[in-house]
Each structure stands twice: as C-alpha cells, then as structure tokens.
Design a protein around this ligand. Structure first.
Ligand code: FAD
Length: 472
C-alpha cells in the first residue's frame, strides 16, 4: 500500500482540518500554505486557520440549530477546529465564539507538532502536478489568481465564479399557499418541468409601489474596497433595479405576465414575486432574481411584506460578495473528487459551502475520503440525515440546477440549515397533532436526534444511551 503523502493546498479552516483528519488516519500529509510568502486581501497573519472576520462559530445549540448540530458531529469525528475552538472559547451566550489569536495559534501548533504533517510555506501556482496523486484544493474564497486561473482552464470558464450573487432562500413550509400558487409563466413545461414549477406571490399596485420604495430606502451593506463593484447587467441587485425606475422590476423579475392567480382568477396581479424550488427534497425555495446587498435585518423586514411571505423563515439571506467557488454539483463526485481528475478533491468554501464551520466540516470529510483511498478503502459517505451528509449533498448533488435560464448558474454558496435535511414527521403530543412553534421545535429535535444517532453509527461509535437508565 502506497504511503505517498496527500498534498493539501491552503492552510485555512478547511485545509487545516483536512490535514489533521488524514494524518490522524495514519497518512502523511504535506500542507502548502502561501502566507506569509504571499498574502490575501483579507488575511492579516501567518497563522493557519485564521478567522478573517468575525470570531464566531455561531450557535452551539445541537438540539435546535443546524450549525450547532454540525459542531456536535465534528466533535464526534475528532475535529481539530472544534477542539481548538472549545479550548479558546470566549463568552458569547448560546454561540461558540473564540479568541481568534489563541484559536489560530492552537491549530497551527497542533499541525506543526504532528509527526505525519509537513508544512510548506509556498504558493502552489497552478493545479497540482499529476504526480501528486492524492491532493485537496482548499484555497478558499480568496484563492491566489494563478491557481484560480488554472482551475478555470481545467473546469471550463463558466464553472468558476469570482463573486456570489445570492438570492434569499425560504423554507417551503413557511410559505402561505392560501395566498400563493404554483404555476410557471405561460404554463411553460420546459426541460424536467411540469408547468407548475414556481410559487407565485401576487401584489396589487399599492403593494408593489410600497415595496419598490422600501427597496430603495432600505439600508445596504457596502462593498469592501478590494472587492470592487461586481455588478453586471444580467445580475443586478434587486434594490439597484428598483432605483433605476419604478417600473423596472415589473418588466424584470417581478413581471406578472403569463400567470393567473389560482385563488382569484379574475383579478390580474400587478406584479409577482416568483420562488423556485432549490433542492431535490423540495424543502427550500429561492426568490428568483432577488440577489441583494440589503442588510440582513432589512431583507427580513421588507421581504415579509410580500403577500404569502408574512411568516417566511429564511434558510439563507441574500448577499453579493467577492468569492471563488466552483460549480460543484456538476464538477464533483459524491466524495468531493473532480470527476475529470480522480484523486484531486476540493474542500472548504471553494466548493460552495459558506462559513467557517461549514468550510472546516467539508475539509474534515475531504481529509477522511482522501486518507481512506490512500489506505486502499472506499470513502465512507456520511448519511444524508446527518449535518455532514446534508451539507455534502447540497454541494455535490442536492441542489436543483435550473435549466430554464440558459447561461445562468444557479448553484450558490449556502450555510448548513434544516432545509437541507430529509424532512421528518412532527411527533404527536399525547396522540394529538402539534401546531405552530411546538411543531417546529419538535421537528427540529426529531431531525437533530436522528442526525446524532446516524452520525455515531457512521463513525462506528457506540449508540448514545438516551437516558441514564438505558446506560445501565
Ligand atoms: C472577507 C471575508 C469575510 C468572511 N467572514 C466570515 C465570517 O465572519 N464568518 C464566517 O463564518 N465566514 C466568513 N467568511 C467565509 C468563510 O467562512 C471563510 O472565508 C473561511 O475562512 C473559508 O475557509 P476555507 O478554508 O475554505 O478558506 P480560507 O480560510 O480562506 O483558507 C484558504 C487558505 O488558502 C491559502 N491559499 C490560497 N491560494 C493558495 C495557493 N495558490 N497556494 C497556497 N495557499 C493558498 C490562503 O492563504 C488561505 O490561508 C468570510 C469570507 C471573506 C472573504
């Protein structure tokens, strides 16, 4: 059995975790990190796993929050990022926030001290040479230009994006279908469609005018100086379209043409917001054409004025950022391997996940998959019911690629959220169906306890006894 090293490019959140996991599995690793030889626009130190902005890993509540659940699963899998985070915690209520220098220092020291890990401070200028038969690209949203260029050349120009233009995504079960209805414009069936592929939210004239004004007045997030202004006409933020004239949206993403309100067929909507199914499970819908730089709280406030979305729960809010990420659902197989070049994996934000914890989680999986292959084993994929599996599935296959807008790629980065998990039936309380908040909480608990049990099973850990009694 070959014990050639696995080469990992990028010592950020994903690359550091991947290196740790592979080395802990007994496989030598060479970790290539370009800092301090070459910096990025956001990193400020030489440390591995530097947190470039906030110092929060977000909620640590494994029962009620999807990222808290991901923390729990990563701890079960022996994550270096989580153990260094736990050891450097600072008070932050229900969130896990860390002392950023202490955290990065702990990760760096652990990796430097590992007997199977060699760290090389050098830029990898292009795709790994072919004699690196197992390699992981984990170079993140600010991948150095030379490598980004060669990824684009190897995967096709459309396959690599340098900005994300994110439209909000909504949990289907929070959309009021007594107001909205399913229909594609002109009942167009299209490839793989049914003629009823969109959810439509109707507005009358007064509602539309008030909505346009709210978009114009809403508080926006500024671009960082180094990001430039990445607008191009096919992908303008919704509020910029609103600023161009009161009718612009009605002739763009909010046009009411070809639609009949199923609840009120004789009254024509003045404008319509359309939502499109986002994942194969049918649990998430994205707001078509609603990429935005509005502040998150403003998005929630303004978008909940849309008829049918008054109680919308957002799985993701919109944004527009400098980012580098590949079209993973098309390019990668289920174990994060480039289909056109077996042995070359991608990990972290460059795969289209979003966030420190998610990037580290995908690094954890890539490290384990590469190590398994090096040891002559088939990579073991986490079940879809776990946070690991749900996130991996979003990246490698769960997202529905929209084919009714030729030339546009619809895969956008996303944080882990409950909409990515296969749904569960809400348990009954004393034989009666639950409603409202109780039902939501019960469903979340059902999802998180199923996930933890399945994760333990996947990792070969003994089942967790539910109660002290059961443990005896
Ligand atoms: C400005 C900004 C702010 C963000 N803020 C947050 C936030 O507050 N919270 C949050 O959860 N997420 C945030 N993110 C998103 C994301 O979670 C982080 O970017 C995260 O660090 C991604 O992890 P990663 O391992 O994929 O990439 P990174 O952590 O960026 O690691 C990539 C590493 O690869 C190195 N590298 C790049 N190219 C090469 C090369 N050719 N050769 C060798 N090394 C190379 C880089 O120096 C870097 O160390 C932010 C992103 C950006 C860009």
């Amino acid at each position: 059995m070959s014990k050639n090293p696995i080469h990992i490019i990028g010592g950020g959140l994903a690359g550091s975790e991947a290196a740790w996991q592979a080395a802990q599995a007994g496989v030598p690793v060479i970790l290539h990190e370009m800092r301090p030889v070459r910096g990025t626009d956001a990193h400020k130190t030489d440390s591995l796993a530097e947190l470039v902005c906030s110092n929060s890993f977000r909620s640590d509540d494994a029962d009620n929050n999807a990222v808290g659940l991901l923390h729990a699963e990563m701890r079960l899998a022996g994550s270096l990022i989580m153990s260094a985070g736990d050891a450097n915690q600072v008070p932050a209520g229900g969130a896990l926030a860390v002392d950023r220098d202490g955290f990065a220092d702990a990760v760096t020291k652990k990796l430097e001290a590992h007997p199977l890990i060699t760290i090389r401070r050098e830029e990898v200028p292009g795709l790994p040479p072919t004699d690196w038969d197992q390699a992981i690209v984990a170079t993140g949203p600010l991948t150095a230009p030379g490598l980004a260029q060669s990824i684009a050349e190897a995967t096709g120009a459309d396959a690599l994006a340098f900005f994300d233009a994110i439209a909000p995504i909504i949990h289907f079960d929070t959309i009021d279908m007594n107001t909205c209805w399913f229909q594609s414009r002109y009942d167009k069936v299209g490839p793989g469609g049914t003629g009823k592929d969109y959810i439509n939210c109707p507005m009358d004239k007064d509602q539309y005018l008030a909505f346009v004004q709210a978009l114009v007045d809403g508080q926006k997030t500024e671009f960082k100086q180094w990001e430039g202004t990445p607008y191009f006409d096919g992908c303008l933020p919704i509020e910029i379209m609103a600023e161009r004239g009161v009718e612009t949206l009605r002739y763009g993403p909010m046009k009411p043409m070809g639609l009949t309100n199923a609840h009120n067929p004789t009254v024509k909507a003045y404008a319509v917001v359309q939502l499109r199914q986002d994942n194969a499970l049918g649990t998430l819908y994205n707001m078509v054409g609603f990429q935005t730089k509005l502040k998150h709280a403003e998005q929630v406030r303004i978008f909940r004025t849309i008829p049918g979305l008054e109680n919308a729960d957002f799985a993701r809010l919109g944004g527009l950022h400098r980012n580098t990420y590949i079209n993973s659902p098309t390019l990668l197989d289920a174990s994060l391997q480039l289909k056109s070049r077996p042995g070359l994996r991608f990990a972290g934000q460059i795969t289209g996940c979003e966030g420190y914890v998610e990037s580290a989680a995908i690094g954890l999986l890539a490290g384990r998959f590469a190590a398994a292959e090096r040891l002559g084993l088939a990579p073991s994929l986490p079940p879809l019911t776990t946070a690991f599996g749900a996130l991996l599935n979003h990246i490698t296959g769960g997202h529905i690629v929209s084919d009714d807008e030729p030339g546009k790629r619809s895969f956008q980065p996303m944080n882990v959220n409950f909409g990515l998990f296969p749904p569960v039936e809400a348990p009954k309380a004393e034989g009666k169906r639950m409603r409202g908040k109780d039902k939501t909480v019960a469903k979340r608990h059902a999802i998180t306890s199923r996930a933890r049990a399945d994760c333990r099973h996947w990792l070969g850990l003994p089942a967790q006894p539910e109660t002290a009694e059961a443990a005896e």
